[in-house]
Design a protein. Structure first.
Length: 376
């Protein structure tokens, strides 16, 4: 993100004046720090894969041959249904993406989603690399960097909100005395904490006084003037992005929410089909509990795509069902993660290669987007 040109309160881009007293943060040592973080993420990813390979069978009480056999029993027609559900979910997600960046077509939104995910799921610092790639792509399409900054904020906020508010669906189940009734206290307490956290985050995004209070607290709580100057400038830049992001959120919240709700619902349908196809014998209430946990686990940024954490956590929650079949649960988890994580790597990589090839053949760099809903 270009910190020298961020959206102001009037929606235009304003560059920081050269004499604003701002001293840029010393970048010495940053490349080394980035390499260290990248190496640590690689080690963490390899460790997570090793944990899944060794602890996963013990957790669900089935050997790998049994798991592979259960997965191989899934008919080709059901696999086609799974792929179709996954594709429809991605298409539904573009409703949110196009709302967050006015003028973006659904086709290009799908391209951003898949290529960004492919990079984020492979590279050691994939999240930042995916954002940088998407920024470059939107710039070639004629969007401003300020617009992309707002797009990134809004889409990530809606994603986190959806994942954190999802457990509220469990409250009616436990209050109704269903299979999760003996977990009522924990579910209600956890949901209350989540709602409180989400409310505070929304206040910081939408209301300037709350952000100014945080700014004042950081400014007066810092003893070193250099750190205070950097903090104030960073919060000023955040405030400018916040204003534009809040404007998008206020005017487009219906489309943002509709797209995210459809996407989340289709992901849950995908998990249910995986459980049904692998004969996991998990009741609907336990499947919903496990899905809520899986959505929260994807927020873990230690490994690319939270690999390791999601597989083990999802399987552990599904195994809470008294009737669950270990081999069936494991096969369902692997099928689900294959579609929501692994498949996006080759698909997104292929789309990125085609996009780069088309650009190398002389396609105009400033290719302005067409109307929403048309091809891109």
């Amino acid at each position: 993100m270009n910190q020298d040109a961020l959206p102001g309160p009037d929606g235009a881009n304003h560059a920081f004046p050269p004499d604003d007293g701002y001293r840029r943060m010393d970048t010495a040592g940053r490349p080394d720090a980035a390499r260290i973080r990248g190496a640590l993420r690689v080690v963490a990813a390899l460790g997570a894969i090793a944990v899944v390979a060794t602890a996963f069978p013990r957790l669900i009480g089935a050997s790998w041959p049994e798991i592979v056999t259960a997965a191989a029993r899934v008919p080709a027609s059901v696999v086609a249904l799974l792929v179709f559900t996954w594709a429809i979910g991605l298409a539904a997600h573009t409703i949110t993406l196009t709302a967050a960046l006015p003028g973006l077509s659904h086709r290009r939104a799908l391209l951003l989603s898949l290529t960004g995910s492919a990079v984020a799921n492979v590279l050691p610092l994939g999240g930042a690399a995916g954002i940088a790639l998407n920024d470059h792509m939107t710039r070639r399409w004629g969007f401003s960097r300020a617009g992309f900054a707002s797009y990134t904020v809004v889409t990530n906020v809606w994603d986190v909100l959806a994942k954190m508010l999802l457990p509220l669906l469990l409250v009616p189940l436990v209050l109704g005395g269903g299979n999760l009734g003996h977990h009522a206290g924990r579910v209600i307490l956890g949901s209350a904490l989540i709602v409180t956290t989400v409310g505070l985050a929304a206040a910081l995004l939408l209301f300037s006084p709350a952000l100014r209070r945080v700014s004042d607290w950081l400014e007066h709580g810092s003893s070193r003037s250099r750190w205070r100057a950097r903090t104030c400038l960073g919060l000023a830049a955040c405030e400018r992005v916040r204003v534009q992001s809040a404007r998008v959120a206020v005017h487009c919240w219906k489309r943002l929410t509709t797209g995210m709700a459809l996407y989340t619902g289709l992901l849950f349908a995908l998990l249910l089909v995986c459980l049904w196809a692998s004969k996991a014998n998990v009741p609907l209430t336990y499947a919903l509990l496990a899905f809520c946990g899986e959505r929260l686990l994807t927020l873990v940024g230690v490994t690319p795509g939270a690999i390791g954490f999601v597989e083990v956590g999802l399987a552990a929650l599904l195994m809470l069902a008294p009737t669950a079949s270990g081999a069936g649960v494991a096969a369902a988890v692997l099928l689900y993660r294959l579609l929501t994580f692994a498949v996006e790597i080759p698909v997104g990589g292929a789309l990125l290669a085609v996009w780069l090839w088309r650009g190398a053949r002389g396609r105009p760099a400033n290719d302005m987007p067409v109307a929403i809903g048309a091809g891109g």
